[in-house]
Design a protein around this ligand. Structure first.
Ligand code: SAH
Length: 344
C-alpha cells in the first residue's frame, strides 16, 4: 500500500525520508515540486537523485479524488462531487471573488450536529474525513480547473471541530511556505459552537479565522434551531469568542441565517446586537437556502434589509451575503443529498 502524499506534513515527510537514508532537505524539495508546481512525476524533478526518484515512485500516491460530477452556476460558482475510496460521496464548492478563488471544503461525511435547517444533518455522520481527503479537495479542484486557490473555508458538510485533529493537520499542510502557501488569514473554520474546541483553536500556532454559526440571539430560539446549544448554551459560546479574541486578537465572524418568521424580527436584531456588543466581530447575514425536507422559508429581501439596517444603526459591523450557487444547490449538502435520493 502506497502512502498518500497529501496527508503528510513536512515533519512526517522528513521522518519517512531520513528513516530511508535521505536528507531532511529532500522533503522541502519534494514539497516544492509537488505543491508549488503540481509536478508529481519524479522523473521531472530535476534536482533530486535517482535513488530518491525511485523511492518516491514506490512509496507515495499522488492520485486526485475521483470526480463524479462538476456543475458551474451562472454566478461563477463551481460544485464538485467526489467519490472517496470507500464509496462515500462528498462535495466541494469553488467560489470566484474579486480577491481570489475560495474553496468550501467538506470536513465529515454527513453530520451529527442535527441543526434543524441544515441539509447536511439529514445524512447522519458516517465518518470523519482524513487529512489527505481534506487536502485533496483543493488539489483536485486546482487540477480540474487549472487554477490556484487562494482562500479556504471549512464550511462544507460536517462540523470541523468534531474532526478537530485532522482539520488542524490540514491547516498546517496547506499553510506551509513551500507547499500550497495558503495564509492563515485566508483560512476560515466555521463551527456550530463546540466551546472547548474554540479554546483549543485559540491556542493553535497557526491563527486561522474563526466563524461561529449563531443563527439566534437567545437560548430559547437557539435550542430549537441547533441541538448543540443544549450542550453549549449561547452565553458560553459568546464568552469563548471573547476569550478567543483576547488570546488571538483576531476578529470573529458570526453567521446568522435569516429564517422567515423565526429569527428575522427587529426585536431579534436588537437582541443580537445587545448580545455581541463590544466584541470585535462582524455579522454575516445569510439568505436561507430552502431545503425540501424542512418547512423553513427564506426571509424576503425587504425584511432582510430592515434587519441589516437595524444592526448597522446599533453599531454592528454587518454584511448581507448575496446568494451564490443556489441554482446548482451549492449549499450545505444539498447536491449530495439529491444524488443519494436519486439512487434510492
Ligand atoms: N458545522 C459548521 C460548518 C458547516 S455549515 C457550522 O455549523 O458552522 C456552514 C454554514 O452554513 C453554517 O453557518 C450553517 O449554519 C449554514 N447553513 C446550513 N444550512 C443552510 C441552509 N440551508 N441555508 C443557508 N445556510 C445554511
Amino acid at each position: 500500500m502506497k502512502i498518500n502524499f497529501y496527508g503528510l506534513d513536512l515533519n512526517n515527510l522528513k521522518e519517512i525520508l531520513t528513516k530511508n537514508g535521505f536528507r531532511p532537505y529532500n522533503a522541502d524539495q519534494l514539497y516544492k515540486w509537488i505543491y508549488e508546481n503540481d509536478v508529481t512525476d519524479p522523473d521531472l524533478m530535476s534536482n533530486i537523485s535517482n535513488n530518491l526518484k525511485k523511492f518516491v515512485k514506490e512509496t507515495f500516491d499522488f492520485s486526485s479524488l475521483e470526480l463524479l460530477t462538476h456543475q458551474t452556476s451562472v454566478s461563477g460558482t463551481d460544485k464538485f462531487l467526489f467519490k472517496l475510496n470507500d464509496g462515500i460521496v462528498i462535495e466541494s464548492v469553488l467560489m470566484r471573488h474579486d480577491y481570489g478563488l475560495s474553496i468550501c471544503v467538506t470536513s465529515q461525511a454527513g453530520c451529527s450536529m442535527g441543526c434543524s435547517f441544515c441539509a447536511s444533518g439529514l445524512i447522519r455522520k458516517q465518518r470523519d474525513l482524513s487529512k489527505d481527503e481534506l487536502v485533496l479537495q483543493i488539489i483536485t479542484v486546482q487540477r480540474i480547473l487549472g487554477v490556484k486557490i487562494s482562500h479556504v473555508v471549512v464550511m462544507g458538510t460536517g462540523e470541523p471541530f468534531d474532526n478537530y485533529d485532522n482539520v488542524m493537520e490540514f491547516i498546517r499542510i496547506i499553510n506551509y511556505k513551500n507547499g500550497l502557501q495558503i495564509g492563515a488569514r485566508h483560512i476560515t473554520v466555521s463551527t456550530c459552537g463546540i466551546v472547548p474546541k474554540i479554546y483549543d483553536f485559540a491556542n493553535e500556532e497557526i491563527k486561522a479565522n474563526l466563524a461561529i454559526s449563531l443563527h439566534a440571539p437567545n437560548n430559547e430560539l437557539r435550542d430549537k434551531l441547533m441541538k448543540i446549544n443544549k450542550v453549549y448554551p449561547i452565553q458560553d459560546v459568546i464568552q469563548a469568542t471573547k476569550d478567543y479574541f483576547e488570546k488571538t486578537k483576531r476578529r470573529i465572524t458570526f453567521e446568522y441565517i435569516l429564517l422567515k418568521g423565526v429569527n428575522d424580527d427587529l426585536r431579534h436584531a436588537n437582541e443580537l446586537s445587545d448580545l455581541i456588543r463590544g466584541i470585535n466581530c462582524y455579522v454575516n447575514l445569510i439568505p436561507y437556502n430552502p431545503v425540501n425536507e424542512f418547512s423553513y422559508e427564506k426571509t424576503d429581501e425587504k425584511r432582510a434589509d430592515k434587519f441589516y439596517q437595524q444592526l448597522i444603526k446599533r453599531g454592528i459591523n454587518v454584511t448581507l451575503r448575496r446568494e451564490m450557487g443556489s441554482d446548482i444547490d451549492a449549499a450545505c449538502g444539498q447536491l449530495r443529498l439529491k444524488k443519494e435520493k436519486n439512487e434510492e
